[in-house]
Design a protein around this ligand. Structure first.
Ligand code: C5P
Length: 233
């Protein structure tokens, strides 16, 4: 892949105060920050504006899933907010995704929608309970094809799904991958991980890294080391 894989910090901290204090320590080293449900539910658009005002690009991980009108209205409600990546569930269906893509175009030319396929917390038994008879890999591929056909420019996927999705979706699709751990880092509860280099080589356009940066004694240095590994991949 010609483009260097980019690092996104998963800003999984409880409050805006914690978030902004932490981001002072990585300013200038890090481009992307993922704001998830924990911070957004508490602070709403204010946290997005505050982080963007520090110069970071925003990945808003809300995993939208509702009827097409509600999802597209939610996307339109982001108008004026500097969000560049936003997640939604592909299992919401083609119509929901198409409406969301149209809404994104109207809302913000920089906004790209990322599809979530099968949550990695779901195993095959749990999928069967929800009426999906095939295993997770097949369902991931089916939903990714549907998402791409519905106009989604990218997907969130596990490191293990990268090779097959890159092959199916082609070079232009964004593939954003959590579950990444630098060699020797604590795995926390992540089970099937790749290193930044492996994820880049397997086709990730972006990697999402939380605790290895959040818990590092020198977070700026941790970001620099990951970025270097990605450039060398
Ligand atoms: O701290 P860590 O690097 O494990 O954080 C990974 C981030 O990616 C968290 O925000 C987590 O919610 C998210 N994520 C994940 N696995 C998935 C989907 C999202 O770890 N399958």
């Amino acid at each position: 892949m010609a483009k260097t894989t980019e690092v996104i910090l998963a800003l999984d901290v409880p409050t805006q105060q914690d978030a902004l204090a932490f981001l002072e320590r990585t300013r200038g080293e890090l481009t992307w920050v993922k704001i998830g449900l924990q911070l957004f539910t508490r602070h709403g658009p204010d946290i997005v504006k505050a982080v963007a005002d520090m110069g970071y690009k925003i990945f808003l991980d809300l995993k939208l899933h509702d009827i097409p009108n509600t999802v597209s209205s939610a996307v339109k409600s982001l108008k004026g907010l500097p969000v560049e990546l936003l997640t939604l569930h592909t299992v919401g269906g083609a119509e929901m995704m198409r409406w969301a893509v149209e809404a994104a175009k109207e809302t913000n030319p920089d906004l790209k929608l990322l599809g979530v396929t099968v949550l990695t917390s779901m195993d095959d038994a749990q999928l069967r309970e929800t009426g999906v008879p095939t295993g997770a890999p097949e369902q991931v591929e089916r939903l990714a094809r549907l998402g791409q056909a519905s106009g989604l420019p990218g997907f969130v996927c596990s490191p293990l799904e990268l090779p097959s999705l890159r092959k199916i979706l082609g070079d232009d699709s964004l593939l954003v991958t959590p579950g990444v751990r630098p060699a020797g880092a604590d795995l926390d509860e992540q089970k099937r991980v790749m290193t930044p280099r492996q994820a880049a080589q397997a086709g990730a356009s972006h990697i999402v890294v939380g605790r290895p940066i959040l818990k590092a004694p020198d977070p700026a240095q941790a970001v620099r080391a990951i970025a270097q590994e990605l450039r060398d991949a």
